[in-house]
Ligand binder design. Sequence first.
Ligand code: ADP
Length: 448
Amino acid sequence: MFKKILIANRGEIALRVIRTCKEMGIKTVAVYSQADVNAMHVRMADESVCIGPAESTKSYLSIPSIISACEITGSEAVHPGYGFLSENAKFAEILGDHEIKFIGPSVSHINTMGDKINAKNKMVEFGVPCVPGSNGAVNNIEDARITAREIGFPVLLKAAAGGGGIGMKIVFDDPQLETLFFQAKSEAKKSFNDDTIYIEKYLEKPRHIEIQVFGDGKGGGVYLGERDCSIQRRHQKVLEETPSPGVSAEEIKEIGEISANAISKMKYEGAGTIEFLYEDKNFFFIEMNTRLQVEHPITEAVFGIDLVKEQICVASGEGMSFSQESLEPKGHAIECRINAERLPTFSPSPGNIKEFHSPGGIGIRMDSAIYNGFTVPPHYDSLIGKLIVHADDRQMAVRRLARALDELIIDGVYTTLDLFKEILNEEQFKSGEYNIHWLENWLTDQAQ
Ligand code: ADP
């Protein structure tokens, strides 16, 4: 087992990884930017290294600085968390060159899945159902037109290197195509330095259902149920729950086994998520994330498994502690992503936390790195905490969540807390009959 792990991240996820390391008796090294001198992950780690100024390109995204921090501290492995360098194949490769273990899949798996066109091709090979769309990249407007007509409008233009919903354009008819095609290309170029675009059928009322997978790197692969992430704003997840209120256990078993089979065949190592859209009882693959997801705690809650611990065990060569047969989900879990943002515009609201009270009691987990007096810096994403509840069934989980939201106090910055209170009161949420457009439409109605 590793003796010392460096966590190449910040905020709640850095703290979350540190917690598991402490429980495993592994020493931790935090890295931080000058804006994070007083951050909780820095306080809680055994050692810490300042890796640069506030700007993430010069700190959390600086591969040379992080490698140096590993060398100085004698760290044997790096946990990348999510975001930042977590899906950067070059980072994993350079760590390998320095004989430092990247806690995650192989460089080649990160590379394959990081390009959504390659990822789709790979999944087709393993019999995973995909969204109908172009056969690979669409290089010019003529091809885009032919493909869009073949698939049938509406279609979605997507960036092969995409993430965070960037570069995605819905096209409803032929006349719109040209403008949006070039817009998508230039957005993709700007954000990912890669303007490769492909086309998918735009599904009009799907749920976002993702399967948590785990591989031992030697051909063993399992799935740990699903997460329903259909409550979204601008293609970004806001609230997640498991099990999904809109998909049957039999359907999950079927797509779960297909996903686990793909993981086994690939000899995938560690945690991953295979994302699907689900419409009219069919699953369609959209992408695979080769890292721990923000929403992983709801899976941990229902399976009683520490996914970070399993990641570390697999990376160290000790292997996974569970098999498909040993997995038995219990109850229902929901997560709310609490952002320092001002409603109704969702504009970022960094600043000083004047008061913070975390809810507690049975079935409550608060993953956050804020504290009284902490200043949320303006340089990073606005997620300041995740409230996770677990209960015997969905109805009880919703009640528990309402109770916990009432108890949670964050003063000093604006937050999205009230949004969740309102969502819980909506009939469509209560009945579980929502799709990926529900929240967006609801927000539009509220604004009128
Ligand atoms: P990103 O990597 O940018 O997050 P994804 O491919 O994971 O992009 O898709 C993010 C979200 O965008 C999905 O959860 C869904 O809401 C929407 N989306 C993606 N593909 C489609 C599609 N073919 N039809 C309808 N919505 C889609």
